[in-house]
Design a protein. Structure first.
Length: 441
């Protein structure tokens, strides 16, 4: 159904300006409309399309078509919300204004930054040139999701190499999901499974930042006979020669290089805060004795209210925020009602609600009938929305990932409708109080 957006007032000042109309921008706009139907909301978004990015793994696995992961931006725009198809090129929070491409300036009462994360394909030497050729691929790009599927089909044995960078990434489980799907597909084709070696090279020191999940992931990789190498940071690719070069930064050892031959390479590119944010006064500022924080460049927000720590009328939602949790759509789903309530609190001069608990989830596909839910929060402990141990692989969770979540994304989350699991919340609260909701492998 095509919705007609609210006509823009000629004035270039709006009540609530949302920079970015991806998962966070649209979900938040829907919550704001729901809580305050008269509010004036404008979204600035350059893309005419909206993508269900989690679905790119399912495209690569051959479960859904690429078209199932994309809709027109105007189709997902909540009724009454105005869309400016443009790009933010500068933030000026001292004057409550943003600059758009082409010289237009837009003022606001409240700004919410929802620009997502920047993919830095050129940070790995040779990658941009060879991506999409010589069986070098990545599910972090929509067109490459289909190419990944083709690479899997054409793979006749040899080394299938999967990488994860040193930087923060969106969906920390995706680099492994795609490896497990490859394992399953190769194993199912006679001759290919036995002639193939699957290698996972990560620049990180563990497979996941939550210990219980990391332990289980090590176990699953071993079960699939996939080799895992830590502290391996991909720095260069030669697609034609089938060579991937890694910088090894093992603790206590001097830096060295390792070059690995591959027959198929799946790359997760380094990621960063969008440069327009990192260069603005909204970015995490350097602190004495903590220079590492400066390199983040994320919008510096209070982790519980999502409000900027220096600018009281600025918020962030999603990947672009400095929330110390995994960058996922699942996190956005939990942030959106909190951010919406707090935006209204600022407009009405009420105190803010510090209700976001760092919830995030990276459902890990381990084969075509099992998923481990991988839910957690700021405590860095497993939590469960479904009253069942999230450290276990389950068929039910696979059904959710394959059929449930895509439907929930388009029909519930983007429309500010509660997730079905929300109805389990009172029981989950009780179980947590009784100490029944702390899960281990
Ligand atoms: C392969 C893959 C698998 C994933 N799997 C999962 C999963 O299983 N579960 C899960 O929860 N999450 C998953 N994610 C992560 C999830 O998609 C993101 O965390 C989520 O989309 C973040 O929402 P966001 O609004 O912060 O960013 P986005 O949805 O990326 O939106 C950012 C928007 O900002 C716009 N923008 C950028 N620059 C500008 C600018 N200068 N001016 C204006 N607009 C701009 C962009 O066009 C975009 O529309 C996955 C992602 C990928 C790529």
């Amino acid at each position: 159904m095509s919705l007609s957006p609210m006509p823009l007032r000629p004035a270039s000042h709006v009540q609530v300006l949302i920079a970015g109309g991806g998962t966070g921008g649209i979900t938040l706009a829907s919550w704001l409309r729901k809580l305050s139907p008269q509010l004036e909301i404008v979204i600035v978004e350059p893309s005419p399309f909206h993508d269900y990015q989690s679905g790119w793994v399912l495209v690569a696995g051959g479960f859904i078509a690429p078209e199932d992961t994309r809709r027109a931006e105007r189709e997902v725009l909540p009724e009454g919300v105005a869309l400016i198809q443009s790009k933010v090129v500068g933030f000026d929070p001292d004057h409550n204004a943003v600059d758009l491409i082409g010289g237009r300036r837009l003022g606001y009462d409240v700004l919410v930054v929802a620009l997502g994360i920047e993919l830095n394909w050129t940070a790995v030497r040779g990658l941009a040139e060879t991506l999409g050729h010589h069986h070098v691929t990545s599910i972090y790009s929509r067109p490459m999701a289909s190419y990944t599927r083709r690479c899997f089909e054409e793979f006749q044995g040899g080394t299938a190499l999967f990488t994860q960078p040193a930087t923060a990434i969106k969906c920390g489980g995706a680099p492994q999901k795609i490896m497990h799907l490859a394992h399953q597909q190769f194993a199912a084709r006679s001759g290919v499974g036995v002639n193939s070696r699957i290698l996972f090279c990560t620049a990180q020191a563990s497979l996941f930042p939550v210990q219980a999940y990391s332990d289980k992931m090590v176990e699953i990789a071993a079960r699939h006979h996939s080799e895992v190498r830590y502290h391996h940071d991909l720095v260069a690719v030669d697609g034609e020669a089938g060579l991937a070069s890694f910088r090894l930064q093992e603790p206590g050892q001097s830096e060295r290089m390792d070059t690995i031959h591959f027959d198929l390479l799946h790359v997760v590119p380094p990621m960063s805060a969008p440069p327009v944010v990192a260069a603005s006064p909204l970015a995490v500022r350097p602190r004495d004795g903590d220079p590492g924080r400066a390199s983040g460049g994320w919008v510096e927000v209070d982790p519980h209210t999502a409000r900027h720590v220096h600018y009281g009328n600025v918020f962030a939602i999603g990947d672009v925020g400095s929330f110390p949790t995994a960058k996922t759509a699942a996190a956005v789903r939990k942030q959106a009602p909190v951010v919406a309530a707090n935006v209204l609190a600022v407009l009405e001069g009420r105190p803010l609600d510090p209700a976001y608990d760092g919830y995030s989830a990276c459902p890990l596909i381990t084969n075509d009938h099992a998923v481990m839910m991988v839910e957690f929060d700021y405590s860095k402990q497993p939590v469960s929305s479904f009253l069942m141990n999230p450290v276990k692989e389950r068929w039910f969770a696979w059904l959710l990932e394959r059929f449930g979540f895509p439907w929930i994304y388009w029909n519930r989350m983007l429309k500010a409708q509660p997730h079905e699991a929300t109805y389990l919340k009172p029981f989950a609260g009780l179980a947590r109080r009784l100490g029944l909701m702390r899960w281990q492998a």
